[in-house]
Design a protein around this ligand. Sequence first.
Ligand SMILES: [Zn+2]
Ligand SMILES: [Zn+2]
Length: 279
Amino acid sequence: MKTGVFFHTEFSLKDWPIIGNKFRNFPGVMKNVLSLEGVSLFESKPATEEMLLKVHTKAHLKEVKQAWYYKGATLAVGGCMEASGRIAKGELVNALVFSVAAGHHAEPSYAWGGTYLSCTGPSVAHVREEFGITRFAILDTDSHHGNGTRAVFRDDQEILHVCFCDDDRIEGNGTKIDVNAGWRTNDEEYLDKVRKEFFTRVRDFKPFIIFHNFGHDTCEGDYGDRGLTQSFFPLLAEEVKKCADEICEGRYVIITHGGYLREVAEHIFPRIVEILARP
Ligand SMILES: [Zn+2]
Ligand SMILES: [Zn+2]
């Protein structure tokens, strides 16, 4: 077993905040790649309140618990935690984690933009507690600034967070980076920026796992359109996988983020599973 795909049928049944019903035809559209050698489909289990409280305040959790999307959000976080734990145990090398209502806009006590619980926060806490492993990198190529991920790890210098958004900024002794991705870019220019701004830094940083907040709202016609084509996303996953192969024995967790175009999601995620499963 090598590649884990973490999904729950709940994700396909609802029209989620911001991303809509883009997972309506999942996991069916991945049928062919799920049968590839080394690929396993896991049903995401909910994160416990205890784990969520490692990152979020009681008041924030109380508020999110009242929302209809709470169950979906806890399943997304739980999937990410399990993927990370299985990678730390050596049972998996990499994973694609489906996420709804959870992700990079969730700060400890505030959230917006369709993501209300942190995925990487509880996952990092879980691997640190269970395995004593401390260093992680988080790449964020969603169109928008990952304010939540940044807030959760702001003072944590064992987390490298490189976020492609609208400003060029370096904080936290070089561990918290924002890169201006540009609004009218193209596939090759964006990939070049990832190589230059992420690959060079992550090689020096030497994390145990690379997490990837993988939005596709940057695609032409989507709500965070930066001029990228559908072909960009599998290429990006392929390059980051190669980087992970080189620096951290392939340990790589992709977490789905923004983007509401169903045809883009259905095009890219089966291809990404195939890429992750390659030897
Ligand atoms: Zn976004
Ligand atoms: Zn940013």
